[in-house]
Design a protein around this ligand. Structure first.
Ligand SMILES: [Zn+2]
Length: 167
């Protein structure tokens, strides 16, 4: 079942539900009903603004974001749902950490909630490097239905793999 490749680590009951949704051909309808609105973040500049607004709203005492951009990614899930990099560079003997956020190009035509979920995920990594309890608490602080949206994003990826889209 290729559609389940994005759901590794999820309980069997969830996998069954995903399987049923896909097999019955109701996946697109389910997502369309739940997420009628695309986001309007079309370029890197808007994406930076969007991420920085969220940072200022929820995580004031975190370092400036150095770069935010859309990029081609082969496997969004493998990249831990967007890539988080803590690039250390040597500037005149001083070690500086660069906080960059990269969002998969395939999310350019995604519901607003899903884009937000990915940005929230990346911002949470500014404070917690691992996917631990504290990390997900931060995610839920910024987006209360974070877990549901992450699940639905994985469903959205299945839809994209079928050559379909939402908008
Ligand atoms: Zn992550």
């Amino acid at each position: 079942m290729t559609s389940l490749k994005y759901f590794q680590g999820y309980p069997e009951s969830i996998k069954d539900q995903v399987h049923n949704l896909v097999e019955s051909g109701r996946l697109k309808t389910y997502l369309e009903k739940k997420y009628p609105n695309p986001h309007q973040i079309n370029n890197d500049k808007q994406l930076y603004q969007y991420a920085n607004d969220l940072r200022l709203q929820f995580l004031r005492n975190t370092p400036q974001i150095s770069k935010v951009r859309y990029e081609k990614q082969k496997d969004l899930v493998k990249n831990a749902l967007g890539t988080h990099t803590f690039v250390s560079r040597n500037h005149g003997g001083k070690l500086k950490s660069k906080h960059e956020i990269r969002i998969a190009m395939s999310l350019k035509n995604a519901p607003e909630e899903m884009l937000k979920m990915l940005v929230v995920h990346e911002l949470a990594h500014f404070k917690e490097k691992d996917h631990n309890k504290a990390f997900y608490k931060l995610c839920e602080y910024m987006q209360p239905d974070y877990h549901q949206v992450e699940l639905d994003l994985r469903l959205f990826l299945v839809l994209l793999d079928q050559g379909e889209g939402l908008f």
